[in-house]
Design a protein around this ligand. Structure first.
Ligand code: HEM
Length: 511
């Protein structure tokens, strides 16, 4: 009757598909722009129309959508639509409405894209997160970090011995890799009782850090095409390597984590774990004792996700904060002199062990560390959260329940009402206690609240002990000059200096 009889079923199916897909895409764009509940929120039309805008900026030119989001706030104000279903907020007073202890804003589905579904980090429902997080919390409490300070002291000493050897030979030390190695050596000691000893390797763990970093773009692909993740994770390694390096590196890291968890379990099963030693985090996670009554002991396959997220969380964040603090200190004679004097006055013997608690009392070192954290950003992009019922109003704009809001340290840490000349490393901005408390409102390197960084007390211990000890031992180091690009970041959730960028290296004419 319609004259379609001459076509086979397959041709008709193909024809309908070819007509349906473009029509559906056009409908989506029109809906997103004019009919969507967020249609009244300002922002670039392309970002509102399609997720491809975010994906383009996350995959092309080095994953820097967070920079783009910063520019949007400058142009459109404190609330901007950055994807069809998500807005970014820049007013620091909104931070405490979303990220606080007991917050009802769950993490958005964005977090399903990190190939670490079981991890505390990626768990979305509050109740499940509470159970998993309460198993991790005791290890990172201040009390436990103080009890295990010797692990951090040991790595700081090792870094200084390495530096001494290099300087005596007239060689330079790659401080960026050395700081990152401290962080990984500490966490692997803590977590698996199997220190990777990256400080002992000639390349200071460069290949390990490249594996972690090169997987970064895979998450952005999975955000755009969620179905791809399950498919990619099942690929044989040779197929993944042929198709996509980021996916191949993700598989490599996942495999590495599975093997690491398996070896902890094997050691427990065979009774090779010494009773006298402090149990490692993963040993404890594999044991039901002392846990929440709802805690279910994970399988090795589940636990590998926790290992993945913890290794990735610790890999560059703490190391970059120390590098930024050290780079600007060494490059600025006045800052270096203030720090040198404070350390010498408080620790007259340059060879003595510098205790974490004593170091924390030093106001100038504290200010240097805070500037290092402010300008290294940790996680530069927004931390997306789903708005709970019945919706919420930010800066006069109502966001219905179910849509996503997020805020970013990149934006807050450069808010000139809190941090004038935000691109200048200026420890003096933290020296007045009242002013420092005011600045803390926009200072969010570890985020805040129930989903804030569990590793914060350990990260602070590493930064105080490593930077304090290094600068007390080597008060005359000289460093290379880095370009703006070398000091920039790509966003693979954590911030990474671009692969191939020049790294911070130091020498010491006198030791
Ligand atoms: C300077 C160093 C660090 C910075 C700036 C930092 C930053 C952050 C931030 C901003 C978050 C919140 C992420 C979100 O809401 O999506 C976070 C969460 C987390 N961090 Fe860190 N981090 C650092 C060091 C560490 C270390 C050393 C560990 C080691 C264990 C760690 C483990 C975690 C974990 C497991 C979470 C997820 C917490 C949860 O969802 O309950 N971080 N971190």
């Amino acid at each position: 009757m319609f004259g379609f009889e001459q076509y086979s079923k397959a041709t008709l199916l193909l024809l309908s598909f070819v007509i349906y897909v473009p029509l559906r895409l056009i409908y989506n764009v029109v809906y997103n722009l004019f009919l969507h509940p967020l249609a009244n929120v300002p922002g670039p039309r392309l970002a509102a129309a399609t997720y491809l805008y975010q994906t383009y900026h996350s995959l092309v030119g080095g994953s820097r959508y967070y920079v783009q989001v910063g520019k949007m706030h400058e142009k459109y104000g404190p609330i901007v639509r950055i994807t069809p279903d998500e807005v970014s907020l820049s007013d620091p007073s909104n931070y405490d409405l979303i990220y606080f202890v007991g917050s009802k804003y769950p993490k958005s589905t964005f977090y399903s894209s990190f190939s670490a579904g079981y991890s505390t980090f990626a768990t979305q429902p509050h109740d499940l997160h509470r159970i998993r997080r309460s198993a991790l919390n005791p290890f990172f409490s201040r009390k436990n970090v103080l009890a295990l300070e010797s692990v951090v002291q040991d790595k700081a000493q090792k870094l200084c011995s390495l530096a001494k050897k290099k300087f005596k030979e007239g060689k330079e030390l790659d401080l960026n890799h050395a700081f990152r190695a401290v962080s990984i050596d500490v966490i692997t000691d803590y977590a698996f009782a199997d220190c990777y000893d990256l400080l002992g390797r000639e390349d200071l763990g460069k290949t390990f850090f490249e594996m972690v970093q090169k997987r970064g773009p895979a998450a952005w692909m999975f955000v755009q095409w969620p179905g791809l993740q399950a498919l990619a994770m099942g690929l044989p390694k040779w197929v993944a390597s042929a198709l996509s390096q980021p996916i191949a590196h993700t598989l490599k890291l996942v495999e590495h984590c599975r093997a690491q968890c398996q070896s902890v379990k094997d050691a427990m099963d065979s009774g090779k774990v010494s009773d006298s030693s402090q149990p490692s985090i993963f040993q404890e996670l594999l044991s039901p004792e002392g846990k929440d009554e709802d805690y279910v002991v994970p399988t090795v396959d589940q636990l590998k996700d926790e290992a993945h997220s913890i290794l990735a969380a610790a890999a560059d964040t703490t190391g970059n904060a120390m590098t930024v603090a050290a780079y600007h200190t060494v490059s600025n004679p006045e800052i270096f002199e203030m720090l040198r004097r404070e350390l010498k006055e408080n620790f007259p013997d340059s060879e003595q062990e510098l205790g974490f608690v004593e170091l924390e009392r030093l106001s100038y070192l504290t200010a240097v560390i805070k500037e290092g954290l402010r300008m290294s950003f940790g996680v530069p992009g927004r931390l997306p959260r789903e708005v709970p019922k019945p919706g919420a109003t930010f800066n006069g704009t109502f966001i219905p329940a179910g849509y996503t809001v997020g805020m970013s340290s990149w934006v807050l840490h450069q808010d000139p009402t809190y941090f004038p000349n935000p691109k200048t490393f200026d420890p003096s901005r933290w020296l007045d206690p009242a002013e420092s408390r005011r600045l803390d409102k926009a200072f969010v390197p570890f985020s805040k609240g129930t989903r804030g960084c569990v590793g914060m007390p350990l990260a602070y211990c590493e930064m105080y002990v490593t930077l304090g000890t290094f600068f007390r031992r080597f008060p005359n180091v000289k460093g290379n000059v880095l370009s703006k690009e070398d000091l920039s970041y790509v966003d693979h959730f954590s911030a990474y200096h671009p692969l191939g960028a020049e790294v911070f290296k130091v020498t010491s004419p006198t030791i």
